[in-house]
Ligand binder design. Sequence first.
Ligand code: INI
Length: 158
Amino acid sequence: MAIYEGSFTDASTLKLGIVVARFNDLITSKLLSGCLDCLKRHGVDTSESSSNLDIVWVPGSLELPIAAKSIINKSKYDVLITLGAVIKGDTSHYDVVVSEASKGISKVSYESNIPIIFGVLTTDTMQQALERAGIKNNLGWNYALQAIEMGSLIKNLN
Ligand code: INI
């Protein structure tokens, strides 16, 4: 019997890409900081000269899938993280943005066989988003942990 699991002990050899939406930048920049903090503490070189980490900014969550697809075609990654914030109070097309972003990201992940963490906060209010981006907890940290787990797992399985 074989049991496969991701490892959290050393992420220094993982090649990661983060695609982050500028829309609701107050939230997404905090998610990015939490994410980078977690990666750094797990051995990832997060400096500007890092050859194992790339960051791509896009206008909004709807653009996350195409940017994810483009960087996958450009370079070989073990895992990607997508970060966005869709807040219901702000938009009448909340459902469209959430649905298209999630479907698009899943499609790119399945077609490329590269895990892509769905780090898009979907909340009713800005207050809820703030709470998940640092006031209470920073989910950016969780998304980074999930990326380390999935990146190392799929690397081992391939
Ligand atoms: N993009 C988001 O990331 N979050 C939102 O809450 C949001 N709202 O409210 O509309 C949003 N819209 C922009 C969208 O993602 C695209 O950037 C835009 O439609 C251009 O294609």
